[in-house]
Design a protein around this ligand. Structure first.
Ligand code: NAI
Ligand code: COI
Ligand code: MG
Length: 365
């Protein structure tokens, strides 16, 4: 029995709807297992631009730093897309990752056995299922590198230019590689380092550090791959991968691809971790403006981020397992949101965001 301080950042688009369902799940676990989750909601992203004049209010950073863990929905949307060069909802997200020093983004891409039909891949490629962990570096590379524009930003002019610097230090690379190796040790002991060392200086540094660090992990079977080949291999033979470790931008792109291979982007949770226990937990998807406010979003990626939060930040293993078992039970019973339905799903088994959350809450033991 314990009390934990959780900060939620619902954000924009479907964010508030999916976070609401995850909070319901968390509170139900609290009731059953006797924990108190003191939940404080804060603003970040587009809503914070509108209400506070900045995508990341100091108050939000302070609350997150004082918490045990942060649960995020998603940020961004067409309303703020015209903003260039200044603040944007996504800047708030990058800002909180940086402010909390969360350098390691763990993104498991798991194809649930109940959802094999939702993968666009043939059954013979999927085999017994998929379970890949992408370890993405989160606070370096071009998302954080120096940005520059020609003095007059004018897309009509051919000599107008813009740049984002892809810069990595040995320290940053080594740190995330070690996270990848340690994760592989707890899994199938296979690690693939993904880069673009045939073209990029920064990737050549990644490869050189990888060549050195891998000698310290003789128990891990290692490989390396160019990112373009990896994108192809993920659909050709995804079962070859156990842990993929890669840079910020490559990991961002490859995990959206992996999510579809694993059925739906609405199923993939993630944990963003730093040196301590404080972490930020979020679905890998965005704010899905096309389905926002329609009760259509799949809340399971956010709900499945809660077991990661329980394990990594709170040390609540059996409570994490209880949520995962509840999600499995709901899927076993045939309940589906629109993104994970198949042609055989009966109409009365297709549910909305809220109903899916209620079903998981009811299945927690
Ligand atoms: N972590 C974050 O807050 C992220 C924010 N974004 C932002 O989100 C906004 C929309 O970006 P998009 O590129 O459209 O990516 P997105 O991930 O929001 O949506 C891509 C597609 O997946 C679907 N989708 C996403 N989540 C779903 C869910 N839970 N259930 C069912 N379907 C789901 C959407 O309906 C859409 O068709 C942009 O402003 C973008 O910058 C994008 C990625 C991550
Ligand atoms: C800053 C975010 C919008 C980047 C992203 O797409 C992600 O972290 O998945
Ligand atoms: Mg992304």
């Amino acid at each position: 029995m314990a009390t934990f301080k959780i900060v939620t950042l619902p954000g924009d688009g479907i964010g508030p709807d999916i976070v609401r369902e995850a909070v319901k799940v968390m509170n139900r676990v609290g009731e059953i297992y006797g924990h108190t989750f003191e939940i404080t909601e804060k603003r970040m992203g587009g809503i914070a631009i509108d209400m506070d004049g900045t995508s990341l209010p100091q108050d939000t950073i302070d609350a997150a730093l004082a918490s045990d863990a942060v649960l995020l929905g998603a940020v961004g949307g067409p309303k703020w897309d015209h903003l260039t060069n200044g603040d944007r909802p996504e800047k708030g997200l990058l800002g909180i990752r940086g402010a909390l020093k969360l350098y390691a983004n763990l993104r498991p891409a798991v194809l649930y056995k109940q959802l094999q039909h939702t993968s666009p891949l043939k059954p013979e490629i999927i085999g017994e299922g998929l379970d890949i962990l992408v370890v993405r570096e989160l606070t370096g590379g071009m998302y954080f590198g120096e940005k520059a524009n020609s003095p007059a930003f004018n897309p009509e002019k051919p000599d107008c230019w813009a740049s984002d610097l892809e810069k990595y230090s040995v320290f940053e690379i080594e740190r995330i590689l070690r996270t990848g190796f340690e994760a592989a040790r707890k899994r199938q002991k296979k690690l693939c380092c993904v880069h673009k060392a045939n073209v990029l200086e920064s990737s050549r540094l990644w490869r050189a550090v990888f060549e050195r660090v891998k000698n310290e992990y003789p128990d891990i079977e290692t490989s390396e791959m160019y990112v373009d080949n990896c994108a192809m291999q993920l659909v050709r033979n995804p079962r070859q991968f156990d842990v993929i470790v890669t840079s910020n931008i490559f990991g961002d792109i490859l995990t959206d691809e992996a999510s579809q291979v694993a059925g739906s982007i609405g199923m993939l949770a993630s944990a963003s971790l730093g040196a301590g226990k404080l972490g930020l937990y979020e679905p890998i998807h965005g704010s899905a403006p096309d389905i926002a406010g329609k009760n259509l979003a799949n809340p399971l990626a956010t709900i499945l981020s809660v077991p990661m939060l329980f394990r990594y930040s709170l040390g609540l293993t059996k409570e994490a397992e209880a949520i995962e078992a509840a999600v499995n039970a709901v899927l076993d019973a045939g309940w589906r949101t629109g993104d994970i339905k198949s042609k055989d799903t009966p109409a009365n088994k297709i549910v909305g965001t809220k109903e899916m959350g209620d079903l998981v809450v009811a299945a927690i033991k």
